[in-house]
Design a protein around this ligand. Structure first.
Ligand code: FAD
Length: 492
């Protein structure tokens, strides 16, 4: 059965026809979107580690589920990179069958608890919802509903029997390099198919950028830990603190019996702008700053320079999600002024509107149409001043994009700490040691439609093939690569 046929079959089941008819569309459309409230405006160090959005109550989830019009051609689903049967999971929720709702989510997403928190919903599923597309209304809060169902599953796993049975061991060993979302998803599917799966990661804890980059107030560590527990229950093994290509070679792993490899090594290197003074003390790269901040709740690992930003002026350079995370982290660390310096205008900022709104509500200042020219040190040798180009936007070019150009004017600004958030790149290590591995720009691994690299038996997915992308895309890549690995090994 094709996916379209399955959508139709589910939508025309008798209970669902009845449920649709039970409330007229006019009444459904008159319901206001149920907001998820923010836990606290008391932005202290503690709130750096406490999730700041509250999950729906059962009543709120039901109320929001009722807003979904159960469209015959759901635009939300077409806009979901994972292809979740969104109206189906929402209508199961509306009729109160939560385990069925969760099972529908699980078919397409192995990381619902995570994606429901971090996906840029307004640009994906919620952007395709009929409310904003045709009715000038706010989208059904699909992410919040997914989070509600995923949280209930976590609480009721035993009773719902949602841990899937694994196939009997098939005797094949697969090594996953990196333990980020791409590998989590590949590990999940391969383990269920009976493979002996090991994830190797250079870091001390699994999760990749979900753990080291995304702040805990958006994605608590327990949510990642829970996925790890699930993977372990399927027999997935973890080897942490091991850099593949340096501590152990793929050849050595082959000699240990691994027959296929998945490279989910991400894009963990923060880019620099290359402006004068960028190497001064006090100028941080996004990855270093956020990963240290994420560790501050462990006093053993705390970094003095970051532990207390009270009274400090912090400038974050860039306009994406990472910049929003960095600046909101600075607010929670006590910064007196927390600013976002961005070369285009607010309308062009790649961060989601929701995140920009959260940052503004927390007192962040946006400084659009400015670009760093140079950093200058104070008497103590640390960064103290920034020189900024004042920018303006050109008329849209053929691609429709308005380019920022310098006006010739500059301004100066005093700062105590700077965080540079201008994109990420992949680590060159594996391309350097794996002879014949095809890459773009020397670091981005190239794969075919089956996620296979130019080397037989070596697959790749996630940020390592895309550059900085999203958790849901990494997950989708991991699952597709797992399916291709299965095809290859089962026809061996
Ligand atoms: P990663 O998550 O990067 O994991 C790769 C892992 O491989 C790392 O743990 C690394 O230690 C390990 N590794 C690398 N090389 C080796 C080696 N040679 N040997 C062993 N291990 C190795 N996406 C969203 O969808 N929503 C968000 O809100 C969001 N916010 C973000 C905020 C920040 C600050 C950042 C930096 C990114 C954010 N992203 C977000 C992007 C998202 O985190 C990534 O797209 C995603 O994590 C990529 O997954 P991955 O599995 O490809 O790799």
């Amino acid at each position: 059965m094709t996916s379209q046929e399955l959508i139709k079959q589910r939508r025309t089941e008798e209970w669902r026809n009845q449920l649709r008819r039970s409330i007229p569309n006019k009444e459904r459309m008159a319901l206001e979107r149920t907001e998820q409230s923010k836990r606290t405006q008391d932005l202290n160090l503690a709130s750096l580690y406490v999730e700041d959005i509250i999950n729906y109550s059962h009543e709120e989830a039901l109320q929001e589920a009722r807003r979904c019009l159960d469209c015959p051609n759901p635009g939300c689903m077409a806009a979901c990179p994972a292809g979740i049967h969104i109206p189906s999971f929402i209508k199961e929720l509306e009729r109160g069958n939560l385990p069925a709702s969760w099972r529908i989510l699980r078919e397409s997403s192995t990381l619902s608890a995570i994606c429901s928190r971090v996906c840029p919903h307004e640009k994906q599923c919620e952007g395709g919802c009929i409310y904003p597309v045709s009715l000038k209304k706010r989208a059904v809060s699909i992410g919040a509903l997914e989070r509600y169902v995923a949280t209930e599953e976590q609480k009721n796993r035993e009773q719902w029997h949602t841990l899937q049975p694994t196939a009997s061991a098939n005797g094949h060993k697969v090594a996953l390099v990196g333990a980020g979302p791409a590998s989590f998803a590949a590990a999940h599917d391969l383990a269920l198919l009976g493979y002996e799966v090991t994830m190797f990661d250079a870091a001390d804890e699994p999760g990749g950028v979900m753990r080291s980059g995304i702040p805990r107030f958006r994605l608590p560590a327990e949510v990642i830990d829970d996925e790890v527990t699930r993977l372990k229950s399927y027999g997935v093994r973890l080897e942490l603190g091991v850099t593949v290509g340096r501590d152990v070679s793929l050849e050595a792993l082959k000699a240990q019996g691994y027959e296929a490899f998945f490279l989910g090594t991400g894009a963990c290197i923060s880019n620099v702008m290359g402006v004068p003074g960028e190497d001064l003390p006090g100028v941080w790269l996004a990855g270093d700053y956020l990963s240290r901040a994420n560790l501050l709740d462990d006093p053993q690992k705390a970094e003095e320079a970051l532990a207390d930003l009270k009274g400090k002026r912090v400038a974050v350079i860039g306009g994406g999600n990472t910049a929003m995370d960095a600046v909101r982290t600075a607010v929670r660390l006590g910064a007196e002024r927390a600013m976002v310096i961005y070369r285009r205008s607010r309308d062009e900022m790649p961060a989601t509107n929701e995140e920009i709104e959260h940052a503004l509500a927390e007192g962040v200042e946006l400084v659009p149409l400015h670009q760093v020219k140079a950093y200058h040190a104070g008497a103590d040798g640390r960064v103290a001043r920034m020189e900024l180009h004042c920018m303006e936007l050109t008329e849209p070019d053929e691609s429709g994009r308005r380019r920022p150009v310098a006006t010739g004017k500059t301004i100066e600004m005093e700062v105590d700490l700077v965080v540079v958030c201008v994109g990420v790149s992949q680590d060159p290590l594996l391309p350097q040691v794996l002879k014949g591995l095809e890459t773009k720009w020397d670091v981005q691994i190239v794969v075919n439609d089956d996620y296979q690299t130019s080397l037989q038996g070596i697959y790749a997915g996630g940020d390592v093939i895309r550059g900085g992308a999203t958790v849901v895309q990494a997950m989708r890549d991991g699952r597709r690569a797992a399916s291709a690995i299965h095809q290859a090994l089962s026809h061996h």
